[in-house]
Design a protein around this ligand. Structure first.
Ligand SMILES: [Zn+2]
Length: 104
């Protein structure tokens, strides 16, 4: 634990004047979009966030993609299903999510 950098080190001075290190767990990092890497909003990063709505959102690909990328994926998936677009015209990161939508 004392070697690990997932613990934050805090310099503290005791009432007797001794210098000691205290260790605290670092804050969780924000979840990011799987396509563009933007920080996802509407999600609590607190440890022990209880209700499901604080941990994710109800949208399609909620907790995995940001709203903008989700709308693009939906758009491309319907175009591919209609035959207006080909899979090769879509970015490689979008393909996995589009495949998920088309297969359902
Ligand atoms: Zn995104």
């Amino acid at each position: 634990m004392q070697r690990s950098r997932s613990m934050r080190r805090l310099d503290r001075v005791t009432p007797k004047g001794r210098h000691v290190l205290h260790y605290r767990r670092r804050a969780n990092s924000l979840p990011h979009c799987g396509i563009c890497g933007a920080e996802l909003s509407g999600i609590s990063i607190k440890r022990g966030a209880k209700s499901g709505s604080r941990r994710s959102n109800e949208r399609l690909f909620g907790g995995a993609l940001c709203a903008r990328c989700t709308s693009e994926v939906i758009k491309y998936a319907s175009r591919i299903e209609q035959g207006e677009m080909k899979m090769s015209e879509v970015g490689i990161k979008q393909r996995a999510y589009i495949l998920q939508m088309v297969s359902h």
